[in-house]
Design a protein around this ligand. Structure first.
Ligand code: XMP
Length: 508
């Protein structure tokens, strides 16, 4: 167990993922967590994250000196490094001149006798982002890396297992950064590397069985990665004590509902697919305003879910697909709260059940890996994000069954061509949008007056900002000619070349 103490840095989750990629389990805890609580976790090593503050200011995050008396190795990164220096009696000041203030890729020279850099090249690029300077390092510390501008890029007191680096070893721009973390975990902390998804899967199944006993479990399945993996885990753990309610609002992509249902056939669970297409279409008839569509769908969704789940009778547990980034971002960590819409539906207040969150400690990549362990098909495990309101917000203007069918067919061809080109994992989200515009075309000898379809593809890490994907012309060309030939009702295709901001990823 490695403890990551969060001082508000933007890369704190990345550090945790890197540690776990080294097969070492870790958790991120805010620096405000009481010290006894942290000590009780019995970590083999501690990592201080970066952060936006200056350690010498009173209002900045600090930590008690006592943590250095536990006999546990500490790696401080960026702010974490300065905090370590400051807390142990060194001096940190604002950088006096521009040369000591470093940003971006920086040539760095390492002392490879230091355990952190053992077996690595003596120089390489590191990713810097700091404007403070360690004017004096604490007693007992040696300078173990430098740059052309800065003599103390890394410091170490190897006798106590304390290491500090001013740069960010967790980002890809730092050459051999992952090896440095590996060295810290294995050479310094003595990690054994026993965190594997195979193990986790077994442990999680046993834990769920223990918690649930012979109780009844309810899960709302959306067909997205998280709810599918949570469902598979529960299915494996408690079998027919589990009811999965899959509300099919009729605004899913082509074949999606059947695919989801098929993936769960192998388990003996109570799988309820509520075919509510007509209900949703009726409610949405004549509605054109995007937020109104969302509200209607959200409300109807809950109604259908409640109707179906009330047929199950008394339920003891409700499963939610919360994953670790949600836990860290929900304000318990110190990182700025980034995402506001989490899909925790409006459940009635008066129901009595316990919540199970079996993915609570997992990052997205780990959730996918767990899904594979549980035997879910790759098309579910690697599914791109799909909004709750589904195609409703990709049909501009009024929604009809006819429009939804046109869009489904066109979208399926686009996705097929992306997959044929091997681009399905490098483009983070890609889909077709049925615009509400018709234009004139010519097919054979006849004039047509049909819909314009827009294709959208974006690359992004967090979906808060995104760039339009540079899909090769040949791929766009193939998709375009197939769609206009194979899908009646579309005679023109455009590709969306706006980034977010100023546009959003979806069109509504
Ligand atoms: P935008 O369009 O806001 O989308 O750039 C960012 C990400 O959020 C998804 N999205 C939604 N997801 N309900 C959802 O569950 C919604 O109403 C919704 N609107 C957008 C979108 O697909 C993208 O991944």
């Amino acid at each position: 167990y490695v403890l990551i103490i969060d001082f508000g840095g933007q890369y704190n989750q990345l550090i945790a993922r890197r540690v776990r990629e080294n097969n070492v389990y870790c958790e991120v805890k805010p620096y405000t967590t009481p010290l006894e609580e942290l000590k009780a976790l019995n970590p083999i090593g501690i990592i201080f994250t970066g952060g936006p503050n200056s350690v010498y200011l009173e209002e900045s995050p600090h930590i008690s000196k006592e943590i250095f008396e536990w006999g546990v190795p500490v790696l401080g990164i960026c702010y974490g490094c300065q905090l370590m220096a400051y807390t142990l009696g060194g001096e940190v000041t604002p950088a006096q001149d521009d040369s000591a203030r470093e940003y971006g890729k920086t040539k760095t020279y390492y002392n490879t006798d230091c355990k952190l850099f053992q077996g690595l090249p003596e120089e390489g690029i590191s990713w810097m982002s700091h404007s403070d300077y360690m004017a004096r390092v604490p007693e007992g510390f040696a300078l173990v890396a430098h740059s052309d501008a800065c003599p103390n890029v890394a410091i170490a007191d190897e006798s106590r297992g304390f290491y500090g680096v001013q740069y960010h070893p967790e980002v890809n721009h730092t050459e051999h950064g992952q090896d440095m973390l590996h060295n810290f975990l294995y050479n310094v902390c003595g990690a054994v590397g026993d965190w594997t998804m195979e193990d986790y899967c077994k442990t999680a199944i046993a834990a769920v069985r223990e918690q649930v006993g012979d109780g009844k479990v309810l899960l709302g399945l959306s067909g997205g990665v998280d709810s599918s993996v949570a469902a598979a885990l529960l299915a494996e753990a408690v079998g027919n004590q589990l009811t999965c309610v899959f509300v099919d609002h009729g605004l899913m992509r082509k074949n999606e509902g059947d695919e989801v249902e098929a993936a769960f056939k192998k388990w003996d669970i109570n799988f309820v697919r509520a075919d509510a297409e007509q209900r949703f279409l009726d409610k949405l008839a004549g509605v054109t305003e995007p937020e109104k569509k969302r509200k209607i769908i959200g409300a109807e969704f809950i109604r259908v879910f409640e109707e179906e789940s009330s047929k199950v009778g008394q339920v003891d547990f409700l499963v939610q697909g919360t994953i670790y980034p949600d836990v860290i971002e929900s304000g318990k960590g110190d990182a700025a709260v980034i995402k506001s819409h989490h899909n925790v539906g409006g459940l009635p207040d008066d129901v009595q059940f316990q919540i199970i969150e079996p993915l609570r400690m997992l990052f997205k990549d780990e959730v996918r890996q767990l899904g594979r362990e549980l035997g879910l098909p790759e098309y579910l495990v690697m599914r791109q994000p799909f909004p709750g309101p589904g195609l409703a917000i990709r049909i501009i203007g009024e929604i009809t069954k006819e429009k939804a069918d046109i869009l489904r067919d066109a979208d399926a061809i686009f996705r097929e061509e992306i997959a044929n080109a091997g681009l399905q994992y490098s483009i983070n989200q890609y889909f077709a949008v049925l615009t509400n515009m018709r234009s004139v075309g010519v097919m054979g000898d006849a004039r047509t007056y049909d819909y314009t379809l827009a294709l959208r593809g974006v690359t992004t890490t967090d979906f808060m900002t995104a760039d339009w994907a540079r899909i090769p012309y040949e791929v766009l060309d193939k998709a375009s000619s197939r769609i206009v030939n194979e899908v009646a009702g579309i005679n023109r295709i455009v590709y969306d070349i706006t980034s977010k901001p100023p546009a959003t990823i979806e069109w509504e």
